[in-house]
Write a protein that binds this ligand. Structure first.
Ligand code: FES
Length: 115
């Protein structure tokens, strides 16, 4: 495994996703709060560039007439709307459906992806 430094921490000022290419592998890097996450930029459904989808929240399972909303930790596939947890890469509808996630290391203000 190797660390690939792809950005600086200050590049993530607006909470957006930065998509990087590492040896032909497209990866989306996210900052949620003070932590960073990286997901393979390919939807397991039909191969859409998943990380170009909006960062959003979603309704969580709840009782009838009660609504529980999770904010800003979900990426929604731009093609058909499947939703994935940015922290884990797991889809919201099935734990076995996921996109690959990668570990991140921060070193002297640089964001590194461990592959
Ligand atoms: S390609 Fe992502 S939901 Fe269909």
């Amino acid at each position: 495994m190797a660390i690939h430094y792809v950005a600086k921490v200050e590049d993530f000022a607006g909470g957006e996703c930065i998509i990087v290419d590492i040896n032909g592998l497209s990866i989306g890097v996210y900052q949620l709060g003070k932590k960073f996450y990286a997901l393979y930029n390919r939807c397991p459904h039909e191969g859409a560039p998943l990380c170009k989808g909006p960062i959003t929240g979603t309704n969580l399972p709840s009782k009838v007439y009660e609504y529980e909303y999770s904010q800003g930790e979900i990426v929604r596939c731009p093609w058909h709307g499947w939703e994935f947890d940015i922290k884990t890469g797991k889809s919201l509808f099935n734990d076995k459906v996921r996109t690959r996630s990668y570990r991140i290391e921060i070193n002297e203000g640089r964001v590194g992806i461990i592959i």
